[in-house]
Design a protein around this ligand. Structure first.
Ligand SMILES: C[S@@+](CC[C@H](N)C(=O)[O-])C[C@H]1O[C@@H](n2cnc3c(N)ncnc32)[C@H](O)[C@@H]1O
Length: 287
């Protein structure tokens, strides 16, 4: 990340913020606010760097992929799992378009962050206990994103650990996703690692968007993820892969069906996803 310390929006003279708007960030402390808007919550996902990825997401991010899925398959009674769904915003979009479905599980490896509030500063910790984000009166900083910031913030983080701050766990699920879950028992969420087998009933459809990408993982790891998904799916089960624009490519998506030991290609949204070659190579038989 370039400049892993940023000024917070609304805490500086208006003229200064206006003249350098793109450097200013929304305050991640809003994640602790029960009345935070869905839009701000979603925007704040861009501040959450956990593991090898960022929780960045957007509303209406996968229109072509969602259409590909809906037009290609009969989703009546389908159990759908959306792995790496971030705060569930794109799941909310897809669910709104589904004529009907069986169950929908929003899955992600990182749904919880621990926080500690000391004075005006909130420290956010990943599941390994590393402080990944700290937000104070005027600045937000990402200690794991730069050696210098890690070094400079170490004394503060150490002192915060010694003081008895207020501890709270934050659930990184968008208010809109929570509202959907509260009103529809078919919709749930689950902590899940895309590189491990799915526990319980096998889903009919697995969607993975903007996670299995070369930007984040090498080919060996990506093959491991694809093979795990192949093994989870029953015969005839489907895998939807979505990539949003990067390296000058427009959004692209591919739909694949498990046929025997491998994936058969069902269709794309115009362009194959980045790891199409890996998906069509993977086989349970040769693994
Ligand atoms: C770039 S975001 C994509 C969010 C959403 N799918 C979208 O397209 O807007 C990647 C997501 O994958 C999650 N993630 C990272 N590693 C994961 C893993 N091993 N298993 C499951 N989810 C993971 C991150 O927490 C993050 O929410």
């Amino acid at each position: 990340m370039i400049f892993p310390v940023r000024p917070l929006s609304g805490r500086w003279p208006a003229w200064l913020e206006r003249s350098a708007k793109r450097f200013f960030w929304d305050d991640p402390r809003a994640l602790l606010d029960e009345n935070v808007s869905a839009e701000l919550f979603r925007r704040l996902m861009a501040a959450v760097h956990v593991g090898d990825t960022i929780k960045i997401t957007e509303a209406n991010r996968h229109p072509m992929a969602d259409t590909l899925l809906i037009e290609s398959l009969d989703l009546t009674d389908a159990s759908i799992v959306d792995i790496g769904c971030s705060d569930g915003s794109t799941s909310v979009d897809l669910i709104a378009k589904l004529p009907t479905f069986g169950t929908y599980t929003m899955a992600d490896l990182y749904f919880h962050l621990d926080t500690m509030t000391v004075g005006r500063t909130v420290y956010f910790y990943d599941p390994d206990g590393s402080c990944i984000l700290m937000s104070g009166r005027r600045f937000v900083a990402w200690p794991t994103q730069s050696k210098l910031i890690r070094l400079l913030s170490q004394p503060l983080i150490r002192r915060a650990a010694q003081r008895r701050g207020e501890h709270r766990q934050v659930l990184l699920l968008n208010p809109d996703a929570r509202a959907l879950m509260a009103g529809d028992e078919r919709i749930t969420y689950r902590v899940h690692d895309v590189f491990t087998p799915w526990e319980g009933a096998r889903p009919d459809i697995i969607k993975v968007a903007n996670l299995l990408r070369r930007f984040y993982f090498d080919d060996e790891k990506l093959m491991q993820g694809v093979l795990t998904i192949l093994r989870v799916l029953p015969e005839g089960g489907h895998f939807l892969v979505v990539d949003n624009g990067r390296d000058g490519f427009p959004p692209r998506a591919g739909l694949y069906r498990r046929v025997g030991d491998s994936f058969g290609f069902v269709g794309n949204s115009g362009l194959d996803p980045e790891i199409h070659d890996l998906i069509t190579q993977v086989s349970v038989a040769t693994a």
